[in-house]
Ligand binder design. Structure first.
Ligand SMILES: *Cc1c(COP(=O)(O)O)cnc(C)c1O
Length: 361
């Protein structure tokens, strides 16, 4: 039995947001990022809603296996590549493109020899993020060696660290570094843009774009919410009010008594806590949508519950549904209040919260 908390997911929102990516990058193919269980939404259902994408971008072989087992036949790419030769072998078996970002991955593929011929390969170049990738000045050498292994044209890929930054300097430097990497390489498919790149850097669209967060209707940054950017929120998280009580002025609410009633107050307790993925560090005042308006979090989030101040809300009913984020309250606004990003809230919703997909077909 569920405790009443639920994440409702609208397939139509994903389809609409994907169409938006097509509009923004009409000449590019699309790797839809459905890693991390489609940012917490559920990878198999997301693959179905995003069937017009050209392929799916993943973080692990386990995710690739899950999709293949579910009958997904589209191109798949492992964004961080494989960690050892056994994984490299399995990626080939699963017909999954892989990213090579360091020397030992190249060595493993070379030792697998002819088996690699049918596998699409992408070389990752470090253009300044300094997380993964080979340096621009050795890219051509790596690319030649990979091209000797695979019958497919070997792709060239990099990732932006700050494409959502209003200051363009860092991204311009990354684009310049990528240009250096491309010298001596002909006809490689190129992929650079994440959601922020798609929205703000049209010159980065190239052959393949890699949207993630915007497909789910949340914002990659720019101090804007997904709604501000014209995206449709896919996930709405709700939980019922399970208690309502009157608290005298001066009394405190919740663990440690962090919140203190400055006036006679009414407190509603909602069946959503950090065990469901709602962050414990959420400060007092974080908005929750209840009775058609925003009400402020009052007191520390518990494992199974949180409390909100509904003194200014004339009517609250037991069992009434509160929205933690979603259609009425942007996940980006809530995240910003908590000092985090929509990405983290979406991917943290725990398995205790059932995902209810609304498909159109
Ligand atoms: C996750 C990821 C993306 C998608 O990024 P968003 O900011 O969610 O659009 C693109 N590329 C790589 C390499 C990633 O790891």
């Amino acid at each position: 039995m569920s405790r009443g908390a639920c994440a409702t997911i609208h397939a139509q929102a994903l389809t609409t947001n994907l169409a938006r990516v097509r509009e923004l990058a009409p000449n590019s193919r699309i790797w839809a990022a459905i890693k991390a269980d489609a940012y917490g939404h559920g990878a198999i259902d997301a693959a179905r809603a995003l069937r017009d994408a050209d392929g799916f971008a993943l973080a692990s072989l386990g995710e690739a296996r899950q999709l293949r087992d579910a009958g997904v036949e589209k191109p798949l790419i492992l964004l961080e590549g494989t960690v050892d030769i056994e994984q490299a072998r399995q990626a080939i078996e699963l017909d999954c493109a892989t990213v090579v970002h360091q020397a030992d991955q190249l060595a493993q593929l070379e030792s697998l020899g002819p088996r690699v011929q049918q596998q699409p390969l992408w070389l990752k170049v470090d253009t300044g993020m300094h997380r993964l990738g080979v340096a621009p000045d050795v890219a051509a050498e790596y690319w030649q060696r990979l091209s000797a292994l695979s019958d497919h044209p070997v792709g060239l890929l990099s990732h932006f660290a700050a494409a959502d930054d209003l200051d363009p300097t860092a991204t311009e430097a990354q684009l310049a570094a990528f240009e250096r990497a491309e010298r001596g390489i002909d006809n490689a498919p190129v992929s650079l843009a994440n959601s922020a790149g798609i929205l703000a850097w049209p010159q980065s669209h190239r052959d393949w774009v890699r949207p993630g967060i915007m497909l789910y209707g949340a914002s990659p940054g720019f101090d804007k919410t997904g709604l501000d950017l014209g995206l449709a929120p896919a996930m709405t998280v709700t939980a019922p009010v399970i208690a309502i009580r009157e608290v005298p002025a001066g009394d405190r609410v919740g663990y440690g008594g962090r919140w203190r009633a400055e006036r006679p107050s009414r407190i509603a307790t909602i069946a959503m806590g950090y065990g469901d993925g709602y962050p414990r560090h959420a400060p007092d005042g974080t908005p929750v949508w209840l009775g058609g308006q925003r009400v402020p979090l009052a007191g520390k989030v518990s494992m199974d519950m949180l409390t909100v101040d509904v003194t200014d809300l004339p009517k609250v009913q037991l069992g009434e549904s509160a929205e933690l984020w979603g259609a009425h309250l942007s996940v980006d606004e809530v995240a910003q209040q908590m000092g985090t990003v929509g990405y983290e809230l979406l991917t943290r919703v725990s398995s205790r919260v059932p995902r209810q997909w609304r498909h159109l077909d």
